[in-house]
Design a protein around this ligand. Structure first.
Ligand code: COD
Length: 159
């Protein structure tokens, strides 16, 4: 079966920043499961099903990547999947404290799963789903920031 890692997130919607992390994570692990969670502190634009659909299309050319969702705790999901690692991306310093909190909590809940961080590609260091949504809402061009399927889905939402 090989080494399995989970790349968790809200992915509301998936951006080129996420895809960069997913692609690089998939090079290191035998299998990478991208798992969509509902982050309680964010009110989502896309449903979990819509977010999964967009992720599936955006990762269709990555053979060792699959897409799933879970509504409970990340560490329980990791245990269930027998994952060895959680993969997260780091952008600016501002991400650090948040990630440190999540990682510390997750480690307290499940000592067996290790979290790995991948530094953002400079090109995407200021890219976030919330900024993409903000910009798309005012009909600005987001084609450099998200795949075509996501661009179209955003246009539909904000029409
Ligand atoms: N460049 C590099 N990395 C990026 C970029 C970019 N431009 N944009 C995003 N990323 C990274 C993020 O740093 C993150 O690692 C990943 O991509 C996903 O990002 P988001 O914003 O979609 O995901 P989050 O931060 O909302 O995900 C939060 C979780 C869903 C992981 C969290 O809420 C969670 O674990 N929920 C389940 C409940 C739980 O277990 N809670 C206890 C832990 S606190």
């Amino acid at each position: 079966m090989g080494r399995l890692a989970i790349c968790p997130g809200s992915f509301d919607p998936v951006t080129y920043g996420h895809l960069d992390i997913i692609q690089r994570g998939a090079k290191v692990f035998d299998h990478l499961v991208v798992a969509v969670f509902n982050n309680q502190s964010k009110s989502p634009l896309f449903t979990v099903e819509e977010r999964m659909e967009l992720l599936k299309k955006a990762t269709a050319d990555m053979p060792n990547v699959s897409v799933d969702s879970h509504s409970g705790l990340l560490v329980d999901y990791a245990r269930e999947k027998k994952a060895e690692a959680i993969v997260r991306g780091l952008r600016a310093v501002s991400d650090f404290e948040y990630e440190l909190q999540i990682t510390s909590m997750n480690r307290k809940l499940n000592e067996d799963v290790e979290t790995f961080f991948i530094m953002t590609n400079n090109q995407y260091s200021f890219l976030s789903s919330s900024m993409v949504k903000e910009v798309a809402k005012y009909q600005a061009n987001v084609s450099d920031l998200v795949p075509k399927v996501v661009e179209e889905a955003l246009q539909k939402k904000y029409r």
